[in-house]
Design a protein around this ligand. Structure first.
Ligand code: DQQ
Length: 520
């Protein structure tokens, strides 16, 4: 879905804007490590610069406080997720110079606890005249017998490259052999050729590269190698139907989970991520079922990693839901989802839950006693609210036809976002019709099917972080959205029921701490 062919000039002309001094001021410098820089000096310098950039944007009421995002400017896909000597490394698609996608770099951050992140120097920048001269696009990280190695796509044309680090993942050297895969397989008419996902079986490395066969559908092209440099094309490991699963599969991830194999794909032009659950045998993936990973309309291009506790963790890009002008004015765009642990649910769907480490962010706590939710009643949670909250609520449907919880409500209700469950359609939705009085904000309602058995309560687990809303339900389902209330007093919570009475069984609300408070 993203082929960033607009030049900066064209994009600004499209937007009717000139290069503002604000954009120039908000640049995270790309410091190429040289001999003059000691590792520690470079880290301190960049740490200070990142802190200063973050401080400049700290008062923006829409800027998330406990979701990862870069110090400023543009971010999209998570890349290169890897645990190294116990620390979690998160790389990400990044334009350090402006809040729009151009000349994409790999940003880099590290965490000890999956919650608090520290900015590290930019890992990859386009090399003039190199195979990645127009951008270092998505890819992954592997441990090649102690040598950290990034495998990524250089553009244009789309080719595969590698880079290694000799100083513990801080600075990266691109291989002189780049591009290590210079063309798509001869004889295949492809719709794209990017986003390598690499794993090892015995002594052999395997890679799938996101692609599509013109007129047929999205595909993943399988390669093998003994050294990550010389690659042999094998065959398409799975081919989709263009009318069902799109024409080009971006950012594939293929991994074993709970006795099955899971393939994640972000198909062009669907603007969402699909999971396929099936079997992987004889180097072919045979899907048995599929679904949408997060039907909230804002979650895309996720990447996963296996951590040292055996958990399959996933992060995704939560794109903005406001106009490009508003993004340029803000000076930043794109947020990372919270880390989610994946599992195959007993109902056959891909399940996800927030990692328990997030509990470390909990501040003040309030517990709400049981409440009958009369049809069309309002103001049921007076005095409760905020814009950075974790909420756990159990709601019994009673005889209501639709019921749920509202967040970011202004006292007069002019602004409010509804998390609604409709029993007729069995859909859980985030209704943004009244989320913002600002005309720059999206108003679409998105949602997905959540089957509740007769009498089964709706169990909501919500993470609200200013403009980010992640709603987990019944232990396995998640929808995420972006909201931009315009009023400073749009902080309230409320409950609602329509067509009958529902009942709040229990509710816990925590204020959440910023992840940048003490560590910058
Ligand atoms: N984003 C990257 C591509 C990928 C797309 C470019 C998905 O590698 O296909 O920034 O959002």
């Amino acid at each position: 879905m993203l082929t960033y062919k607009l030049t900066r000039r064209k994009m600004l002309m499209t937007l009717g804007l000139g290069m503002t001094s604000m954009l120039l001021a908000a640049c995270m410098p790309v410091v190429a490590p040289t001999n003059q820089h000691t590792k520690e000096g470079l880290m301190t310098q960049l740490g200070e610069q990142a802190k200063a950039l973050r401080a400049k944007l700290a008062n923006d009421p829409h800027r998330p406080q406990y979701h990862f995002l870069p110090p400023a400017n543009w971010m999209n896909d998570p890349n290169g997720l890897i645990q190294w000597e116990g620390q979690y490394h998160l790389f990400y698609q990044h334009n350090p110079k402006a809040p729009y996608p151009e000349a994409i770099h790999w940003g880099h951050a590290v965490s000890e606890d999956l919650v608090h992140w520290r900015d590290l120097p930019i890992a990859l920048a386009p090399t003039p005249d190199g195979p990645d001269k127009d951008g270092c696009w998505s890819g992954c990280a592997v441990n090649n017998d102690g040598i950290p190695t990034l495998v990524y796509t250089g553009v244009f044309p789309q080719v595969q490259c590698i880079a290694t680090s000799a100083d513990g993942l801080i600075t990266w050297q691109k291989a002189p052999e780049n591009p290590v895969i210079a063309t798509p397989p001869p004889g295949l008419d492809v719709t794209g050729f990017r986003d390598p996902w690499v794993w090892r079986e015995g002594d052999t490395w395997y890679a799938i590269i996101g692609s599509g066969i013109k007129g047929v559908g999205g595909t993943i092209l399988l390669y093998r190698s003994n050294d990550l440099i010389h690659w042999e094309y094998m065959h398409p490991a799975c081919i989709g139907n263009k009318d069902e699963t799109g024409t080009m599969w971006e950012c594939p991830n293929l991994f074993p989970l709970d006795g099955k194999h899971v393939l994640l794909i972000s198909p062009v032009p669907l603007r969402k991520t699909l999971y396929l659950i099936g079997t992987y045998a004889h180097h072919k993936f045979i899907p048995e079922s599929y679904g949408t990973v997060d039907p909230g309309g804002h979650f895309y291009a996720p990447q996963t990693m296996l951590d040292d506790r055996g958990r399959r963790l996933m992060w995704g890009w939560l794109w903005e839901g406001r106009s490009r002008d508003a993004q340029l004015a803000a000076g930043w765009a794109g947020v990372m989802s919270l880390p989610r642990e994946l599992f195959v649910h007993s109902n056959g769907q891909l399940g996800m839950r927030p990692v328990p480490e997030l509990k470390a962010l909990r501040g003040d706590h309030q517990r709400v006693a049981e409440i009958d939710i009369q049809p069309d009643a309002t103001n049921l949670l007076k005095g409760l609210g905020g814009d950075c909250l974790e909420i756990k609520a159990t709601i019994e449907p009673g005889n209501a036809t639709e019921f749920g919880l509202k967040v970011r409500c202004s006292p007069d209700g002019a602004e409010q976002t509804r998390v609604a469950y409709n029993r007729g359609t069995q859909q859980l939705t985030i209704d943004r019709t009244r989320s913002s009085l600002s005309l720059t904000a999206s108003r679409d309602t998105y949602g997905g099917k959540l089957f509740l058995a007769d009498g089964e309560p709706l169990q909501l687990h919500i993470f609200l972080d200013r403009s980010v809303l992640e709603v987990y339900a019944n232990g396995y389902f998640c929808i995420s959205s972006r909201i931009y209330p315009s009023r400073a007093d749009s902080l309230g919570l409320d409950l609602f029921a329509q067509g009958g009475m529902a009942r709040l069984g229990s509710m816990d609300v925590w204020t959440m701490h910023s992840i940048w408070d003490s560590r910058g």
